[in-house]
Design a protein around this ligand. Sequence first.
Ligand SMILES: [Zn+2]
Length: 355
Amino acid sequence: MKALRFHKARDLRLEDVPPPPKPVGDEVILKISHCGICGTDLHEYVAGPIILPIEPHPVTGARIPIILGHEFSAVVTDVGKTVTTVRPGDRVAILPHLMKAGDYYARRNLGQFSAATGLVGLTWHWGGMGEYALVPEQNVVRLPDNVSDEQGAVLEPSAVAVNAIDNAGIVAGSTVLITGAGPIGALTALAARAAGASRIFVYEPNDGRRARLADFEGLSLHGGSTDDLVQRIEAETESGVGVDAAIECAGHPAALDLCIRVTKRTGTIAQVGLFVEKPEVDMFKLCEKGLRLVGCWGNDITLGPRLVAMIASGRFPAERIITGRVSLEQAVTEGFETLTEAGNDHLKILINVAG
Ligand SMILES: [Zn+2]
């Protein structure tokens, strides 16, 4: 079968590799439909291997060269004997965290925090940028007829966004600031709207990216001077106290500063964006305002059915972040290369693996 494998930085090869073996136990064989290119894939492409294991992964045994892709939809082609939730012919999507049975965190549905956790498409033998993949049943979620393959392919980043909304405590009527409108920031804005937030302010300095969100309903979009945004938030929140919560998706010190500045006293900041370097944080302000700062990492794989239901309801149009589509053959030149160009305004490029 054809698969796009990571060998080293800037060296992804479309190769012929053996397909997965006959499934046993809880294993599910998938024929991949669509697979998204994620920021994590781009980091690996530019500067990897970072997460990708050079030595065999301690739990999964996988090592580079590795088939990338952890955001994908597929059709089930074969299942092991103990599989009960899906059968051949089912359309599915996956959530990639590979939970180790019995693990302290996995038993609490927090397996993403376990050092023993692997990831499909990063620290696993199979990924979504190949024609077929083998994954455990627990990572597969069935898609109903009214959820498309493309919507299924953005289920994983949607999980990150909904996890952020939950961590920020967004409820009906909440006011929120989202900093950074890349794919995760854009999905977080859609998820905040689905959760019933009354005011959703988005700060994104890239004009092109901001323009991509122009037709999303119910957002107050801002770039340029943050002073204008601060004034606007004061004017539009009760007693001018600031937003109930901020969700920082940029991983940028200035963005975190802005969140600390405009979140109301005793409000919550959910940190989703990953910082490359340690930021300088005004911890005095954080204490003085009684803010709660919550780190967000991955997601719980049991979120799958809830996300699918949100998308199926029409209230969470996650597919709106899709801004490009390429074939597996074009994935490096038109996908990875395009997304690593400075100032590009794409949100999500999908690889149409099935063609
Ligand atoms: Zn990802």
